[in-house]
Design a protein around this ligand. Sequence first.
Ligand code: CP
Length: 307
Amino acid sequence: MKHLLYLKNLNQETITEILDTAEHFLNHDNQPIGSEKILQDKTLANVFFEPSTRTRSSFQIAARKLGADVINIDEEHSSRAKGETLFDTLKSLEAMGVNYFVIRNKHSGIFDEILENIDHNSRLINAGESNISHPTQGLLDLLTIRRHKKDFKNIKTVILGDLSHSRVARSLTEGLSIMGTGEIVIVSPIDYKPDMKLFNGAEYTDNIESALSDADVVVTLRVQKERMDDETQFLDQSKYFKDYGLTSDRLKLCKKDVIVMHPGPMNRGVEIENTVADGEHSVITEQVTNGIATRMAILSIIERGKG
Ligand code: CP
């Protein structure tokens, strides 16, 4: 693995190697631990043209644990705001010794072009691309599921929410399909039904009760107002919660040992009830912690592959 752009480009063996390596970076209390400084003398740039709390911070922590220097660039506070092209920005960062680019972009289709423009020794990781791809989130979600369910076979995963705008749902569906999972059900109001050609291996329903029946894993998603072209696409929040919110009553439809996931940021009282977000089935904070170990694994596997 030289770069990480799309989860669908990985095979089962590579995903298993990433998850196994991530496990190695978690201690007995499931906290990420330090390691040999495999990224000593390397510099990683987090280049984020969309807001982020988890992805950016966890790449920063992961890279530092591996010995790298880290810099953070965002649109508002960089010379991009003065009209500099993305490629001139990246060239300038390379001139300062940046080797790893972790990039989040609100527009789709830029990553192949970036690859053509960066130095052949630089490495590129997709940290979120429009509604297309969020491979590191998909991988940390797979790690979280595997740690609770042991493997992916014979489990029913339900992905619930604004699917038409969700890169998280797309990457997780790709990952689960590659890992040969049991059943993937995606559920949303019909207004947020995605193009099912992009969700190979999943079945769609707008019936939340039937979807949740006997689920092993439920992934809830935020309604992404910022990706909607006009206000009419934004459904009334209290009606959305009533019809599609994950409540403790609805959770009773799932298996007794169901886990509840959410990539964050959460809108409590819209897609998820407080008692569920903070309840005994929630593994939402574990996902965040697993994000550090997963990103450490990705960086160290890419670095080991250099040579
Ligand atoms: N899950 C996720 O991508 O969160 P951030 O937007 O905070 O990075």
